[in-house]
Design a protein around this ligand. Structure first.
Ligand code: NAD
Length: 465
């Protein structure tokens, strides 16, 4: 098939590349000229395991093409995927401007019948809006091609996007047209040997499924963080509690890790968008609002622990931060807890030595561009040099089993604040480390400071978004 993918970000690039790997002729289109020029030279704008190799291979053999010219892509295409961003708007809703502008361009350019597939995460009713915009543009041109709009939400995970796309848990297609469903089934056949994995439904349900899935995942994380916070106060250990409840087949272990909050480009924005969608339809989604609030507070959990240990004035203290990306396997720092933690520690007077295996460039160029008191170092042990404490923010594999003797030789105080509960507490304490985890510290720690209470004017701004 000849396929066009509009939007060459995490989803569009992976989608286009994986379709081309199966022998389809794919055109990846983006308005970002420098991104397209880089891709043509084999420079991949994002980090995603196995992606670079597949992009280069399929670009060389001609199955994968990059262009800023939608006309070049759409010419004779059978299917056009819309995979542009749907960022969070001011009021929490999904901002559809990029999706609708892509739809408008399709209507202005298409020159044959076309299946248009929404792959971006969009509110219920967006496929109908997309169809209306395209039809209006066709009307202006006085042409009457058939346009079929379907929903095909994407469930890949950053950090394992290629593997997820190649072997999906399921492919969901929302359409009211049997031929469209058959064509989509054919397109996805190489990725899903098991037919039960291809699930078809009406368009609205497909659009809603993506939000429901992310809302469920976010709820599990915030639930566990809530349990962790209670554990800290009553003297229980969340690691044991997790084992205890995860072994229940009805609950399971996935997405049951306590931590310093979820981030990324999907969960925060999709939970907010669903809250807004519900509000727009007159429904007050109490659970989702709390899920979001608990998460925003959780991003401060390590800062509170550090303040309880070192006080409110962190001048003169150096903190080694391990991890910037919102999760391992990606360079994506959108909504990452590291931003909140580093900003607050610097605001309280602390100095930061930071290391991340993949997100250093984006952090330097974008998130901490003009910040002083932050030093980017070239490896994890260098970050620890002369530090008063070490802070684990992202659970990269290379942080999971570090050389604690090396750390001992470099660090000033053997203190670790672990936002991802990576290490064995007994082992570290036997080695003389003071080791703080999420969800198992002693109750006494929580009687003193909280960042939320100590900085005037902060709480509402930070927690009511
Ligand atoms: N990132 C993920 O893990 C993930 C997973 C599942 C679903 N999604 C959803 O997929 C969508 C895309 O997410 P992403 O992370 O890939 O976004 P992204 O920001 O990485 O990429 C979006 C790309 O679209 C381009 N673009 C915008 N308007 C355009 C236009 N009119 N024509 C051509 N290109 C245009 C931008 O330049 C950018 O390169 C979002 O709705 C997101 O919620 C993302």
């Amino acid at each position: 098939m000849k396929i066009t993918v509009i939007g060459t970000g995490y989803v569009g690039l992976v989608t286009g590349t994986c379709f081309s790997e199966m022998g389809n002729k794919v055109y990846c289109v983006d308005i970002d000229t420098s991104k397209i020029e880089h891709l043509k030279k084999g420079i991949i704008p994002i980090y995603e395991p196995d992606l670079e190799e597949l992009v280069i291979k399929n670009y060389k053999n001609g199955d994968l093409n990059f262009t800023c010219n939608l006309k070049e892509g759409l010419n004779n295409s059978d299917i056009c995927f819309i995979a542009v961003g749907t960022p969070m708007g001011e009021d929490g809703s999904a901002d559809l401007q990029y999706v609708l502008s892509a739809a408008k361009e399709i209507g202005q350019i298409m020159s044959n019948d076309l299946i248009v597939v929404d792959k971006s995460t969009v509110p219920v009713g967006t496929a109908a809006k997309v169809k209306k915009v395209i039809t209006e543009e066709l009307g202006k041109r006085d042409v009457s091609y058939n346009v079929y709009v379907a929903s095909n939400p994407e469930f890949l995970k950053e950090g394992s996007a290629v593997a997820d796309f190649m072997q999906p848990d399921r492919v969901i297609v929302g359409s009211d047209n049997k031929c469209v469903i058959e064509i989509m089934k054919e397109l996805y056949a190489p990725f899903i040997k098991n037919h039960e994995k291809f699930i078809t439904m009406d368009i609205c349900s497909a659009e809603m499924t993506k939000y429901a899935a992310n809302a469920m995942l976010a709820t599990r994380i915030s639930f566990m963080n809530e349990m962790a916070n209670i554990c800290e106060r009553v003297g229980a250990d969340i690691n044991n509690v997790r084992e205890g409840i995860g072994s229940d087949g009805r609950i399971g272990y996935s997405f049951l890790y306590p931590g310093c909050g979820y981030g990324g480009s999907c969960l925060p924005k999709d939970v907010n968008a669903l809250i807004k969608i519900a509000d727009d339809y007159g429904y007050d989604s109490r659970i989702l609002k709390e899920v979001e609030l608990v998460n925003n507070k959780q991003k401060f959990s390590l800062v509170n622990k550090i303040m309880n240990r070192f006080g409110c004035d962190l001048s003169g203290y150096i903190f080694a931060v391990w991890g910037l990306a919102f999760k391992p396997g990606t360079d994506d720092m959108r909504e990452a807890p590291s931003q909140v933690i580093i900003d607050r520690l610097i605001e309280l007077g602390g100095k930061i030595n930071v290391y991340d295996p993949k997100a250093m460039d984006i952090a330097k160029q974008h998130y901490f561009k003009d910040k002083s008191n932050i030093k980017f170092v070239s490896n994890k042990y260098e970050a620890v040099n002369n530090a008063d404490a070490m802070i684990i923010v992202t659970e990269w594999k290379e942080f999971r089993n570090p050389d604690f003797y090396e750390i001992t030789n470099r660090i000033k105080n053997k203190i670790i604040f672990d936002g991802r509960n990576q290490y064995n507490k007994d082992t570290l304490e036997k080695m003389g480390f003071e080791y703080h985890q999420i969800g198992n510290s002693q109750p006494r720690i929580y009687k003193q400071y909280s960042y939320i209470n100590s900085v005037q004017g902060m709480p509402l701004e930070y927690f009511s978004k």
